[in-house]
Write a protein that binds this ligand. Sequence first.
Ligand code: ZN
Ligand code: ZN
Ligand code: ZN
Length: 338
Amino acid sequence: MHELRKDPLLNRWVAILDYSLKPEDYARKMTRRAEEKASCVFCAGREAETPPEIAAIRANGTEPNTPGWAARVIPNPKPILHIEGDLDRRGVGMYDRMNSVGANEILIETPEHGLRAEDMGSEQVKKVFSLYKERMADLEKDARMRYIFICKNSGRGAGAMYSHSHSEITATPVIPKLLKEELDSAKHYYAYKERCIFCDIMTEEQRAGARVIADSGHFIAFCPYAPKFPFDFWVMPKRHSCAFQDMSGDELDDLSVLMTSLLKKLRGVLDEPAFHYVVHTAPNRIPRRDHWHTLGDDFHWHIEVTPRLVRSSGFEWGSDFYVLTTTPEDAAKYLKEA
Ligand SMILES: [Zn+2]
Ligand SMILES: [Zn+2]
Ligand SMILES: [Zn+2]
């Protein structure tokens, strides 16, 4: 079984895989091509070749693991985290380790190979987002799971494992470091100002205007003031809410149309870039209710989109101090006008 280890200096957990690769395996890994349509088991008609589905949106009267679905969720065929077992968290000398308990799921966003998220149409995107909600709600029932992380990798440059459009749903027994930092920072800001930092950021962005890409009614999309990478943008609900699952039906409709248009803009401006998006939402509150008592007030869910345009330099990689080659104001202007 794989194991999770904690860096005692940075309090960051990493997963150590049990099939430790040899040096020569890396060379082979680099040349491995994204699988083509012929070998893709995510395509319609090959349901029997994937692990049995966990959830799906499918036509009435169709059986699980047969054609007739619009979007389906399956366990990742190569999981890093496993749903069975105890956490077994313990010390090893000065270090902390635990079993790799958690869940790795793959959401197949469309039956059609080669159809990109921006071309699916907002009705299909809405199905994808509704399945995010459904899986989050279900995985949170397990008190061992501290965080449900949802992301999408599109394109080889973004580390996508499969060429068929998909998202990853990961339930972890610890809160990932970056999320923990956002949550703690939001909590401190709230303790000091009694206001949500994200609501304040949105008010400021609307006032300044220069970094706003789109205002869809329920959501705002803008380039953050001090992003990590050029053309990074955030999508945030105007209504204060800490959890993605609490999105209303109207908000879901609005978000599906907005994301479709934003991803189209991104492709238009940057010649079909590889990109990630991540959903930053509240952690699972069931295990530690006391710790998160102000969470409903201090955290505000959002989606962060990052096109993979540049590779980090040693300075950026080693210091977490990033150099931006396009200003967020210019990036917002290009995207807005696209
Ligand atoms: Zn496929
Ligand atoms: Zn807020
Ligand atoms: Zn965030």
